[in-house]
Design a protein around this ligand. Structure first.
Ligand code: HAM
Length: 420
């Protein structure tokens, strides 16, 4: 027997009825983001490797360890996107969107790829719903982006979410902090693992991403970024906090939050959800004021976020899941010798009126057909037999009430609509 082929490790199939939930979440995102003036952008899954090296950064875990990178047939290094901010900014630059009215407000929904060890809430193909705003320096813009994100999550039924907020400052602030961190860690070089020793030379900020418990202990005593902030960065952060306070947004300042990607400047944030275990961030985002220029575009600031859709769906409030529990189809069943095509004819008529209908065409017995209809959650069955056919009638059966009656064929659509 030939071997059955399975999906690749860390990737998943999404089957109905779960796909309904994904579609409903995505529709909600489109609708809510639309009310803030965002429009969809779709970029390729495949990019030049260099795009992520230059934006996410060489010394990050993502670029250093997690990318699906390969050479194509012409020897070009390509990468399956591990995130989409870099792609959106590349497209913004490539298509000269800076010449259109700014800020550009773009959202995206799609798969991302990271070669990580799969576990609950962590996959190698995962999905993000993200938004990027390019061309506005904030801080009111930062607040508006967070309000949009929270409105979306609120519409899904999430309550009492806490935004973890920090600022990583501008280039100057971060350069000063890098030196501060280096001076603090240099005397402990021997206690650091290989990765962190390398980062001590290349980019000490990335040591803060470490998951090694001893290194984390050591870092508890490390200086905090806040001590190195420039006046301007401080004012930006205060402006954002004032705006969030005004709208009653609950946030917590998380002085150690630096996010694991190099492009961030100033505002950074995450939203954590209980119930996900170790992989508990459902959203990550922040400002990237140098990235557009870094990728060859004009000097324009940017800010955005990405929601981990897989994780979001794992902790989706029940009320939302219940609300998308699906429609109750109508089932049309031929009885006795009646040709299946008669059932199909009735089904087509009902579909023409916009109703969801399953036509029973497989020749199973009426009893088996009704049992299957009941199991699929159908409310209404329409039976057509020789008897009815001759008299121009059909039988309507309410599967929940187990009650049935005949109606003239010509009245079928109207009667069904009445009953639903
Ligand atoms: P990120 O924090 O790397 O940021 O990813 C954002 C979210 O994607 C995470 O909070 C998490 O929910 C989800 N995620 C990441 N990796 C995985 C995985 N292996 N399995 C399941 N979910 C995962 C970014 O990607 C930035 N581009 C966000 C951004 C947009 N910043 C500015 N604009």
């Amino acid at each position: 027997m030939p071997r059955a082929i399975k999906s690749v490790k860390g990737t998943r199939d999404f089957l109905p009825p779960e796909t309904r939930l994904w579609a409903a979440v995505e529709e909600t995102a489109r609708r809510v983001f639309g009310t803030y003036g965002y429009e969809e952008i779709r970029t390729p899954v495949l990019e030049e490797t260099d795009l992520f090296v230059r934006s996410v950064g060489e010394s990050t875990d993502i670029v250093g360890k997690e990318m699906y990178t390969f050479l194509d047939k012409k020897g070009r290094s390509l990468t399956l996107r591990p995130e989409s901010t870099a792609s959106v900014v590349r497209a913004f630059v490539q298509h000269g969107l800076a010449n259109q009215p700014l800020p550009a407000k773009l959202f995206y929904i799609g798969p991302q790829f990271r070669y990580e060890r799969p576990q609950k809430g962590r996959y190698r193909q995962f999905h993000q719903i993200g938004a990027e705003l390019i061309g506005d320096p904030g801080p009111e813009t930062d607040a508006e982006l967070l309000l949009m994100l929270l409105r979306f999550l609120g519409e899904l039924g999430f309550r009492d979410l806490l935004v973890q907020l920090n600022t990583v400052g501008d280039d100057q602030s971060r350069a000063a902090y890098r030196e501060g961190l280096r001076s603090f860690l240099e005397p402990h070089r021997d206690e650091l693992g290989e990765d962190s020793r390398r980062r001590l030379d290349s980019n000490p900020l990335r040591i803060l991403d470490t998951k090694n418990p001893e290194e984390r202990e050591l870092l508890r005593e490390a200086p905090e970024l806040a001590e190195f902030l420039s006046q301007e960065s401080r004012e930006h952060f205060e402006g954002l906090r004032r705006a969030l306070d005004r709208f009653g947004v609950a946030y917590e300042i998380e002085p150690r939050l630096v996010r694991g990607l190099d492009y961030y400047t100033r505002t950074v944030f995450e939203i954590i959800s209980e119930g996900l275990g170790a992989q508990d961030a459902i959203v990550g985002g922040g400002r990237y004021d140098g990235l557009v220029a870094e990728l060859g575009g004009p000097e324009l600031p940017g800010i955005g976020f990405a929601i981990g859709e897989d994780r979001l769906i794992e902790v989706l409030p029940e009320q939302f899941s219940r609300a998308v529990a699906g429609s109750e189809p109508i089932v049309v069943v031929p009885v006795g010798e009646v040709a299946a095509v008669e059932a199909l004819e009735l089904a087509e008529r009902l579909r023409g009126a916009g109703l969801a209908v399953i036509a029973e065409l497989s020749g199973r017995s009426v009893k088996a057909a009704l049992k299957k209809a009941d199991r699929s959650g159908a409310r209404l069955a329409i039976l057509i037999g020789d008897d009815e056919l001759g008299k121009g009638l059909v039988t309507l059966r309410d599967l929940k009430a187990a009650d049935q009656f005949t109606v003239p064929r010509a009245d079928l659509v109207a009667r069904v609509e009445e009953m639903l």
